[in-house]
Design a binder for this molecule. Sequence first.
Ligand code: FES
Length: 110
Amino acid sequence: MTLEVPQVFNVHVFACYQQRPAGHPRGSCMTSGARPLWDYLQVKLEKLANPAIALTATGCLGFCRAGPLMVVYPQGIWYTPRTEADIDAIVDQHFVAGDPVERLIIVPQL
Ligand code: FES
């Protein structure tokens, strides 16, 4: 049985803000350079001022070595942006135009 429920947001981004100490065996998205990217993303989304696009700061998403990591719902698409240009592409192409950025998508392995 499939349950259909209304979506609150068209795009809901969960960005990993987990910080672990340098040298921690699991690493973390913050030690992989996530902070300036998420700061840039936050400012860009604030400028867009689209209430149908939401950003939520999360703790560890479970695939730390792949970071910086974000997951975007309702599709459940995982991205690993590395530059501000990557963030621009994700926001402009995916969030605004509805076309996911294939080159930045990863599929985390359980
Ligand atoms: S620290 Fe970001 S996924 Fe684990």
